[in-house]
Design a protein around this ligand. Sequence first.
Ligand code: PLP
Length: 403
Amino acid sequence: MTPVTNSIKSLFPIFSNHPALVYLDNAATSQKPKSVIQSVIDYYEKENANVHRGLYKLSSSATTRYEEVRNKVAKLIGASDPNSISFTKGTTESINVVAHGFLKKLLMAGDSVVISGMEHHANLIPWQQVCKEKKALLRIIPVDGDGNLDLSTLDSLLTTNTRLLAITHISNVLGTINPIEEIISCAHKKNIPVLIDAAQSAGHYPIDIKNLDADFLVFSAHKMFGPLGAGVLFSLEKYRNQIEPLNYGGGAIKNVEFDHTEFLEYPHNLEAGTPNISGVIGLGEAIDFIQSLDMKSSILYTNELMIYFKEKLNSLPFVKPFGNPVKSGSIVSFQVKNVHPHDVAGFLGNVNIAVRAGHHCAQPLLESLGVPSTVRVSFAIYNTKEDVDRTISALIDLKKFWS
Ligand SMILES: Cc1ncc(COP(=O)(O)O)c(C=O)c1O
């Protein structure tokens, strides 16, 4: 098992500050490389000014840096037009923009929105809320016992009254990689637009929006080595002038009078107020970092770690793993029999192993698995085989301690 680069860990300052740390909560947020942290510091120390407003050099260079990131994000996902990219606070906000700013006005009583049974609450509640308001139906693609979507139901769920399909690329609980190409093409045959929640895949898996043909794609910088509080909404051109902002205010207008405002066009109309400039600049740096790696090797490497971990985990008779998807990212959920997941996470935390326990913001999925919570381990490129060995041996210790 060859790491992506031998010195990858040394690029992440958190590990020199916490040499004993085994960080396995990457699905919640990734650690940040020095280059990303430094880009945020540099912005504040050397370049701090507001964007789009000042006529002085600092402001125009902040604007250039901010706008350049639109280009980088577009390139990362294979979009030809940087203006397809709107900056948001993150995946949650991007989905809310589409739900409230786009879908709500199209939805009529009796219409439907289709999601899957494995969605993060961020890709469930906004649709649930607009459906309630408009007396529309939220319909669910079921998940089978292995954690795969039951796509035999898709054709009948997508009807002439379906206004949108919103689906996660990768499950943040079971790691399932959904066949989104197939799902999108099925929806498009019925002229139904599709939103892809790429929170767990962007920056880690190749996304080519042209091949994928998704109508909307959303993700967060912080899960792909970037800063907190910055995210992306990609929209196909045909919808852009139909999306209304969640926020109104300065920076998003052409002309304002007391009885009327003329707005800028997408994406700028959605970015009212001072944006998270340093966060966006850090996102650009995170993309540079990702592009300095070989994505294929990174996927192979984290996949090998996941398989190695699963094999070891399956050899422990006191562990109950959840899900066995056909295609899986590097996220694994399990329980230790007779020990509450929070106690497992607390025990591991005491020996410097950071994992997540709970419902992972996917309560309906957990409900279908028949449990209120699991322990979740999620890998990134800086994890190692030793991290797995330490976790497995801590689980063995935990079992001895608990029985
Ligand atoms: C699949 C998925 N969707 C959406 C989100 C929400 O992301 P954020 O909290 O960055 O808005 C997450 C976060 O864990 C996620 O895993």
